[in-house]
Design a protein around this ligand. Sequence first.
Ligand code: GLU
Length: 423
Amino acid sequence: MADNDQVSRGFRLLDCQEASKHHFERAANRLKMKRRLRDWILKPFREISVHLPVVMDDGEIHLFQGYRVQHNNTRGPYKGGLRYHPEVSHDDVRGLASWMTWKTALLGLPLGGAKGGITCNPKAMSEAELERLTRKYTQAISMDIGPSQDIPAPDVNTNEKVMAWMMDEYSKLRGYAPAVVTGKPIDLGGSPGRLDATGRGVAIIIEQWAADNNVPIENGTAVIQGFGNVGYHTAYHLNRAGCRVVGVSDTGACVYNSKGLPVEELIKHKQETGSVKSFPGAETMAPAEVFGLQCDFLVPAALENAIKGDNFEQIKARAIFEAANGPVCPLVEPGLTEMGITIVPDILANSGGVVVSYFEWVQNLQQFSWTAETIDMELKNKMINAYRQVVEKATAEQVSLRLAAYMLAIDKVAWASLVRGAY
Ligand code: GLU
């Protein structure tokens, strides 16, 4: 969602596609990958762009633009979320789709990568309008998605209700198929643990990193930027592990208390008032101040390019855990590294969502449900295993965790591409 000419304190902002390419090329250089193979695995396999006429509540017809970019299905069906946002562009969806390919490869899931987006302002739309828009979009892409083709899921501003509409519309057109989307309500084939999976996964990675770096989680402090589904559940699980969540921000404000914030009360306050602003017992400040707060773990959990030229120098955290996709502008990363701040990359840190999506899909295909305990255990196993691989690779190659994660992921996709062949 970055304007190409936008500059933040001398550092250009990259859109998701540029950011993804930036990281990819660095890893491919390190792997000495040939140009043709790079193009093969970096360029999206298929792109769908649709115009969706939707009858609004006032009777007027509004035309929306939607996308689905199917980046790569070499290792399994395309997989990735659907985002509703006023500024989502085709290029962003391209970049976000490629991140899903690297994420599923890194985690060893038998899935590829895709992403969908609709340019709309869901906050200004009624539920009925959102339902009509979702159904129109599902109709438009129904021939290109499916349980063994492409499996959408929630992303920014979409949720289990949106997934239920998609599943219903797709099933009307193509026959009952709960496995066509993940992140559904539990009673419609959703999985225990999917709602909080991304946040739970971020907390698992933070705990592991903390243990490896001698920062006892019980004495640790966290700051969360963005208090939506991912931010809230990260805060919740960190809190349960004994970590103090000292700062939380949303688009309206940032709240701070050095003794720790009661996250469950804070979410209630946000639900009632629309923002964390003026939460009793905490100091309220401007949202941008969140990045200057002293803490061990900084968790950007909103949108891309949150950490950029005009704020990265204020950061006082020991490590940044990318709960959002692409929250650190790649051009400020060298500066953060120089400041001694570790960055745990999105394709690892926020992969809990797609891991439990994979479990949901498997349960749908098996027509058998797993318990919440099994899901949590399997999630933990997969995430810690991937974390270990990334740390080992980074140590062996003397590179950042991001570069190590990309090297592992793109190597797997390249290998699968060459073994499957192009005949
Ligand atoms: N939207 C989430 C992500 O960016 C989850 C995708 C999925 O579960 O397919 O990873």
